[in-house]
Structures are given as structure tokens and as C-alpha cells.
Design a protein around this ligand. Structure first.
Ligand code: GLN
Length: 287
């Protein structure tokens, strides 16, 4: 095995990374996968090249960048912040520490939204708390006639989302507005669909999040004492922004289905349906 301080072949560098990451407590198989993904990034090689060209020597600059990235990963920096990208709905999204990393779970909401809108033509969508733009932009991408307004309270998040809109070629149909929940939305606007993946982690769970999740913005995760604050705030006003036959889709934590349904019904929002994710767990509330 090559020493930590010298440029080496790709394979030697990868072996170093695997032993480094394993020593921090990461599972062996995961260290290999993550070590390869990070090597592919600095060395600009795809999965196939990482097999066929792994014995080639790694230039000093790439090795130093690789070593730095692997050390950050060992220090619980989320993998996708280091890669700078996360795939969501089979689309590439740039991510930084300013945004929540899109999760597979959230594809449940997007697929349901596509189902609702696929025959509706030029529908208007509102995405509350867009973050990287994962929901808003994948809807704009897969529904070429819709227009989307996406809000976020974080300007840094909107910068990431705007970049993703350009990368995905949908910037002309998506408007980003800075502000808290519905506040920046014109009171006269009515939408065919309102979507949101609000922060929904309760205060106790916030204290015990995995170390890498703790490096994601608390603003996108913390849903108040019981995790339900944003569902209460959204259900208070959402009706005013929906067309008479409009729908609302909210992502929820898998244990929150019944409680969130109750919060909404108490505000006269009915009928409410709970939709499960691919693992069969409650994941989306639909109005
Ligand atoms: N699904 C995210 C997590 O488990 C939480 C996202 C959210 O609060 N909206 O980390």
C-alpha cells in the first residue's frame, strides 16, 4: 500500500481511502463505494474507467484533493456535499451545505404529483421550502407545460436551486421567491397543486441525528418541539391559495401520518389521504 504522502496509482489511493474510512467506523463495503465515488470525482473517471484504468498513476494534485475529500468524509461531511451532486428522479441536482440533500423517499411525492397533473396541461404549481429545487424542478422537467413558483426562506438555498433550474433547462418556467412559507405569494394567486417537503424532525430526534445528517441545514430539518409546526402553519392558510379542485401534497415523517391528517381535518381540509413510500411507510399527505 502506498504511503499517505506520496502520489500513487488509483488503486493504491483507493486502498488508502478504504482503510482510512474503515478506521473511522464506516462499513467496509460502503468505504469501497464511497472511496470510488470520490476518486471518480477528483480523477474525472466514470465507473467503467475506475475499473479499467485503476492501475494508472494518480497525479499529485488529484491525490492531494482526494486525500482531503476522504478526510472530510471521515469527519462526517455528507458524501453528496463532497461530490457536489445528488441524483433525484433520475436527474442530477447540484447540492451544497446550504440545502438538504434530496432523499429517495421524496420521489413518492413527485410521482404522485406527476400522476395528478399529467393530463392537466398548463397547471400552476407552488413549492414551499424548495431547498435544492428537487421537487419543483423535477416537476417542471417531467411536466413540460406546467409553471412553478418555488419559495425558500434561505437565499443561499435559492442560489443553488436557480443553478439547478438552468442546468435542467427549465429556468423559464420556474420562478424562485425568497420568503417564509406563503408570505411572498400574491394573495390573489391560486394553484392547481401545492407541494412541500417541510422540516419535520422533532426536537428530541434533532439531538440524535446521525453525525452526517447534522451537517445538513437545521432550517430544513427541525419542525419544532413535536416536528409538526409546519403542518399546522401550512394547514391554516393553504386553502386560500388552492384552486377549487386543487391538490396539496406534503411529505411527512413515516410516523406522522395519522397526526398530520388530524391536524388538517381540524382545519376543515378534507378528504385527506395518506400515501406510502416504496417501503410501505406513510410518506405523503394528500388533500
Ligand atoms: N427525510 C429527512 C431525514 O430523514 C427529513 C426531511 C425533512 O425534515 N423534511 O433526514
Amino acid at each position: 500500500m502506498g504511503s499517505e504522502n506520496e502520489p500513487q496509482t488509483g488503486k493504491e489511493a483507493l486502498r488508502w481511502a478504504v482503510s482510512f474510512l474503515t478506521a473511522t467506523g464506516m462499513e467496509h463495503e460502503i468505504s469501497w463505494t464511497e472511496g470510488k465515488l470520490l476518486l471518480g470525482k477528483v480523477w474525472q473517471k466514470n465507473v467503467v474507467q475506475l475499473i479499467t484504468e485503476l492501475d494508472e498513476s494518480l497525479d499529485r494534485k488529484s491525490w492531494e484533493r482526494y486525500r482531503a475529500l476522504v478526510k472530510k468524509r471521515g469527519n462526517n461531511e455528507p458524501l453528496h456535499y463532497l461530490l457536489g451532486e445528488k441524483e433525484f428522479m433520475s436527474l442530477p441536482f447540484e447540492v451544497s451545505a446550504a440545502v438538504l440533500i434530496p432523499r429517495w423517499d421524496t420521489e413518492t411525492l413527485v410521482n404522485e404529483a406527476i400522476n395528478i397533473l399529467k393530463d392537466k396541461g398548463a397547471a400552476k404549481i407552488l413549492d414551499i421550502g424548495t431547498g435544492s429545487g428537487a421537487i419543483a424542478l423535477s416537476l417542471a422537467y417531467y411536466l413540460p407545460l406546467v409553471s412553478v413558483i418555488a419559495t425558500d426562506i434561505s437565499e443561499e438555498a435559492l442560489t443553488v436551486a436557480r443553478k439547478n433550474a438552468i442546468n435542467l433547462g427549465v429556468a423559464d418556467r420556474v420562478e424562485f421567491i425568497k420568503g417564509d412559507l406563503f408570505k411572498p405569494i400574491n394573495k390573489k394567486e391560486r394553484f392547481d397543486l401545492i407541494v412541500s417537503n417541510p422540516p419535520y424532525i422533532d426536537a428530541e430526534e434533532m439531538e440524535s441525528l446521525p453525525l452526517d445528517v447534522r451537517k445538513e441545514p437545521a432550517l430544513a430539518l427541525a419542525g419544532g418541539q413535536d416536528g409538526l409546526e409546519y403542518y399546522r402553519r401550512i394547514s391554516l392558510v393553504v386553502k386560500e391559495y388552492l384552486k377549487y379542485d386543487g391538490n396539496l401534497l406534503l411529505e411527512i415523517g413515516w410516523k406522522q401520518g395519522k397526526t398530520v391528517a388530524k391536524i388538517m381535518e381540524e382545519k376543515g381540509l378534507a378528504p385527506v389521504k395518506i400515501i406510502c413510500d416504496m417501503e410501505g411507510r406513510d410518506r405523503v399527505i394528500k388533500l
